[in-house]
Design a protein around this ligand. Structure first.
Ligand code: URA
Length: 219
């Protein structure tokens, strides 16, 4: 897998990441969502440099201009619910993309430390021959990303796969590396070293879904 860890280079992205991690700034839910969206836009911009392009000529009021435009049919797939602001950020740039949504949550059967991923809701167009961008803001164990990809298989075989995350744990990055093909790209804004006993990224930022949308009752 090609891993593009954008934190290896200093940029404005550092400010957005710092704000979503900051426990004080996190209390502003709208700012949290908007920063996730801005990070999605930056990741999208970097990813766009690797797409296939072809020349298209447009008429200006004064003449003609030949421009290289991307040629890939993109499907954005996000994991509910934390993926929604990240999805918006990607869609802000890939404005003609098709969209897929899937719900995946951790079901703790016996104790808080062990869980299985339950996929319930799935809405997806055909993926055959298209470029699939699979977005999950927190790549903790990597199990949601892999379970989602398994659930998408009946919808066709994508030509290219890009995974997009905001913060990952090294274990999660290793897990997706083991479970996706070597041509898959991972675009990620930061990689942290550890996971807590409950499967949270440390230092991470906490629960991205709760921070974006408010706390939920556990089931
Ligand atoms: N999901 C989150 O929202 N945060 C984590 O740290 C891990 C998974």
């Amino acid at each position: 897998m090609h891993i593009h860890n954008l934190s290896e280079e200093n940029s404005i992205l550092n400010s957005f990441i710092s704000e979503i991690r900051d426990a004080h700034i996190q209390t502003d839910r709208m700012r949290f969502r908007r920063n996730i969206e801005r990070i999605g836009e930056v990741l999208c911009y970097e990813m766009s440099k690797t797409l296939d392009y072809a020349t298209k000529t447009v008429k200006t009021p004064l003449g003609e201009s030949a421009t290289e435009l991307y040629q890939e049919e993109i499907v954005l797939c996000s994991i509910l619910r934390a993926g929604v602001p990240l999805h918006n950020g990607l869609l802000n740039y890939f404005d003609d993309a098709e969209n897929a949504f899937i719900s995946a949550y951790r079901h703790h059967k016996h104790d808080p430390e062990t869980f299985e991923i339950i996929v319930e809701y799935l809405a997806c167009p055909s993926l055959e021959g298209k470029t699939l961008i699979l977005a999950d803001p927190m790549l903790a164990t990597g199990q949601s990303m892999v379970a989602t990809f398994e659930a998408l298989k009946p919808f066709g075989t994508p030509k290219k796969i890009h995974l997009v995350s905001i913060i990952g744990a090294q274990d999660g990055v290793d897990f997706v590396d083991d479970n996706f093909g070597k041509d898959t790209h991972l675009w990620i804004a930061a990689i942290d070293q550890t996971l807590s006993d409950k499967g949270y990224i440390v230092p991470g930022l906490g629960d991205a879904g709760d921070l974006a949308f408010g706390k939920k009752l556990q089931h």
